[in-house]
Ligand binder design. Structure first.
Ligand code: G4P
Length: 197
């Protein structure tokens, strides 16, 4: 998705060989028009999958998730990372290990928001090691619902999340695939940065 790749080149800040900061349009401030285009693109790619629900995880998955859900005319459910006081109902939970933070945390979705006949599109902002994505798929499985695929805004192809998910047979659609962040430069898997300048 060219508009997204251009935004990454123009506004992304490379913090290290593995971390890209995109808080001007995705992780802190949000660009609503870009987010709408992202939602349209996910809806187009998954239009034949009879999606009944979009599932993401708070907080940065919510903006692209809600746009995809709006375009697909289905609800968005987001997994919580902190169990709130009002979540007194039955919960589906999964343990997610973060390589970055080196800790395991529970994520949770109320049982009543996922049904056995749901066809679920999982959306997230970043795909790095894939642990959050696998946790979300686990929650869908516990509901006896089906994962139709993953829609990822930015996949870091040099980390193994994409491989893990594809090896399990999941369809993964990533709108920007980053091959490398080495030497302070973004390299996409299928596009030369020069084409975007
Ligand atoms: P994993 O789920 O793929 O295993 O990811 P990991 O534990 O390594 O990452 C933890 C958090 O960092 C996640 O967000 C993830 O989306 C984000 N992240 C991973 N790589 C990058 C990156 O290169 N740039 C940015 N900006 N974020 C990255 P989170 O802590 O859940 O944050 P939020 O959704 O509340 O914003």
């Amino acid at each position: 998705m060219e508009a997204l790749q251009r935004k990454i080149v123009n506004e992304g800040i490379i913090l290290s060989d593995t971390v890209l900061k995109v808080d001007s349009f995705l992780n802190h401030q949000i660009d609503p028009l870009l987010m709408m285009e992202i939602g349209k693109e996910f809806a187009e790619r998954f239009k034949n999958e009879a999606v009944t629900k979009v599932l993401t995880i708070e907080s940065s998955g919510i903006a692209p998730g809600v746009m995809a859900a709006m375009m697909l005319h289905v609800p968005l459910v987001f997994a919580r990372k902190r169990i709130s006081l009002t979540m007194s109902e039955d919960l589906l939970t999964s343990q997610v290990y973060s390589f970055t933070k080196q800790e395991t945390n529970a994520i949770a979705v109320a049982n009543k928001f996922l049904a056995a006949n749901d066809r679920v599109l999982i959306i997230d902002d970043f795909l790095a090691n894939g642990q959050a994505a696998l946790g979300l798929a686990d929650i869908v499985k516990q509901a006896n619902a089906e994962v139709v695929g993953f829609g990822i805004v930015i996949e870091k192809s040099f980390q193994n999340g994409g491989m893990l998910l594809r090896e399990k047979g999941y369809r993964v659609e990533s709108l920007a695939e980053i091959e490398s962040l080495q030497n302070g430069q973004v390299q996409f898997l299928n596009r030369q940065v020069e084409e975007l300048l």
